[in-house]
Write a protein that binds this ligand. Structure first.
Ligand SMILES: [Zn+2]
Length: 392
């Protein structure tokens, strides 16, 4: 279980943990929540009163059984808040609306290959407005936007078929915040998908895992103690350019033998017309296994989740290649989960994760660069009045 902290500065963290616990396991009484998250009943009561006051959770009267006072129980109020997820890729823009339970209520996609930043942000402003129009405006919490990673690395972010060409020098967070009048957050797509998996997928049981994002390129993200690990610039876990094959294929990044030259949808599309899919799987297998072992040795995760928007059938075939893996830190006798698992969230993981991220960030702001200025001064911050949203 995720644990809270009894220090006052931990309040935003506790609020997030309590709300997530109610969403995942509710209805729960305050005592049950306290046991789940390791906080005192008093601390939990303070937080749940706050969440209830804001309309984020419903309070159900206890059902009388036997003698004694039945404890009231709390459950998530799906209509208590809404958020919008936006996903910008080299192929276009998508937007989705989720409620507080994480359900996707609306989804819109615009095909527009290699959009300029100006065109994209104009579109995003309109799309977000369309989404907000579908929910009570005063219940709208914020916007989370995802983009292919890694961010801002000259030769990896803007050059080649897996990147946002022409977006060099664009301050994405600033532009997003200008385009929408709501708290706005930006994340690498693999981190958004990992966040979704953490909230609604394998993360219901696991709090430390690595999410391998198989998209046009190859990305990934570490979930540690239930939270996305970002690194200094939001790129932690982005393994696509690890040069795993000595003297291998030249990569647009300037190195040779990068992982994503072999293991990605771009590689799949490039190689299958030449060697067939079976041939591609055969040549990719050793690279995939090395990647798995590398990730395990670096991050010591409970498991590696195979996700991204690669079709489920393809991910199943890749999973089969990991039936036998070389030795690593993960070769433990006491393993509970397999070393590699399939992601449980579907194709909308990035949108859902990006939207959920906006909710998480508003409820439980962190002091990282990307969120600065987003929660501060935002009239719609549901906790701004309490002043607590600014404690990071
Ligand atoms: Zn590379």
């Amino acid at each position: 279980m995720l644990k809270g902290t009894n220090q006052e500065l931990g309040r935003p963290h506790n609020r997030r943990i309590v709300l997530e616990t109610i969403r995942q396991h509710g209805p729960l009484s305050r005592a049950q929540i306290a046991r789940h998250v390791g906080l005192t009943i008093q601390t939990v009561s303070t937080i749940t009163s706050e969440l209830h006051e804001r309309g984020f959770v419903d309070l159900q009267p206890g059902v009388p059984k036997g003698r004694g006072f039945p404890a009231p129980s709390l459950e998530i109020n799906p209509d208590g808040g809404y958020a919008c997820g936006v996903y910008v890729t080299p192929r276009g823009v998508e937007a989705g609306l989720i409620d507080l339970s994480g359900k996707v209520l609306a989804h819109e996609a615009v095909d527009a290959p290699q959009m300029t930043a100006d065109a994209a942000f104009a579109r995003i402003g309109d799309l977000v407005e369309e989404m907000v129009a579908r929910c009570p405006r005063d219940r709208f919490i914020g916007v989370g936007m995802a983009m292919p990673g890694p961010f801002d690395i000259e030769s990896m972010s803007f050059v080649g078929p897996t990147t946002m060409e022409g977006w060099r020098g664009v301050d994405v967070h600033e532009r997003l915040q200008e385009a929408v009048p709501w708290p706005a957050f930006v994340e690498v797509d693999s981190a958004a998908a990992a966040h979704c998996e953490r909230l609604y997928g394998v993360g219901e049981e696991l709090f430390n895992f690595y999410y391998l994002y198989l998209g046009v390129g190859l990305g990934g993200c570490v979930i540690y103690d239930g939270q996305v690990v970002r690194g200094a610039w939001g790129n932690a876990g982005e393994i696509g350019h690890i040069p795993l094959v000595p003297d291998g294929d030249p990569c647009p990044c300037g190195n040779r033998g990068c992982l994503e030259r072999y293991l990605s949808l771009e590689a799949h599309a490039r190689r299958t017309p030449i060697v067939g899919e079976a041939g591609w799987l055969e040549e990719t297998a050793p690279v995939l296994r090395s990647a798995i072992v590398t990730i395990e040795n670096l991050f010591d995760p409970e498991t590696i989740v195979l996700g991204g928007f690669a079709p489920p059938e393809l991910r199943l075939k890749l999973l089969a290649l990991t039936a036998e893996l070389p030795n690593s830190l993960a070769s433990r006798q006491d393993r509970v989960h397999p070393r590699v698992m399939l992601a449980r969230c579907g194709a909308d993981a990035v949108l859902r994760g990006a939207a959920s991220l906006a909710i998480t960030e508003v409820l439980s702001p962190r002091s990282a660069v990307r969120s600065q200025g987003a929660t501060g001064g935002a009239a719609t911050d549901p906790f701004a009045k309490a002043g607590s949203a600014r404690i990071a």
